[in-house]
Design a binder for this molecule. Sequence first.
Ligand code: R5P
Length: 226
Amino acid sequence: MNQVDFKKKAAGEKAAEYIQDGMVIGLGSGSTMYWMLKALGQKVREGLSIQGIPSSIKTENWAREFGIPLTNFEKVNRLDLAIDGADEVDPHFNLIKGGGGSLLREKIVDQAADHFIVVVDDSKLVDELGAFPLPVEVVSFGWQLVKYRIEQLGCQAELRKRNGEVFVTNNQNYILDCQFNVIKKPEELHHKLKQMLGVVETGLFFNMTDRVIIGKDNEVKIQERS
Ligand SMILES: O=C[C@H](O)[C@H](O)[C@H](O)COP(=O)(O)O
């Protein structure tokens, strides 16, 4: 395991400690969450009684592999806690998410929770968002037009591809990765983007995070919303 994975593992395992008996948990996506899910699976085997709602097909598969009981929004309409990774975290707890393409389901799950914990390694901490290209989920029809309009806001947008093929989200949409370099006003940018027909959701998460658990070289640091 490399040093970054080690930090992700430490943050993910720490987050699992916040899960209490009887809770319904939002299960975020990504490689840091893998470690949280693995640790949670162990707790379930030891007798912890919880249910989770996964925010991606990959997370659902991992949760099943680790024996985590699952539920869905047909059965519950609020969650006690959501835990999720992030691609960037600024000092105000604004986030960029969606590096793995799961931002829409993540936002639905994370917003439904009473409390929201973010798990990251320390490379994700930034002074200002925007060096990481902002993922924006768009409908496939007319994506070129949406790309053109987004670029008028001052970024370079690129249709996400994986192995030469267009990347399709779990919701059958496309992702435009928008290189802004610096995002001065995340909330304002989010609203501008959401007004564009064809934009489904943005990877900007704000006013949601209560706690950030950060895996560092030899420790795990916890920052709480002040
Ligand atoms: O779509 C993916 C999610 O927003 C992830 O939570 C985010 O990309 C962080 O992933 P990782 O923990 O693998 O760096």
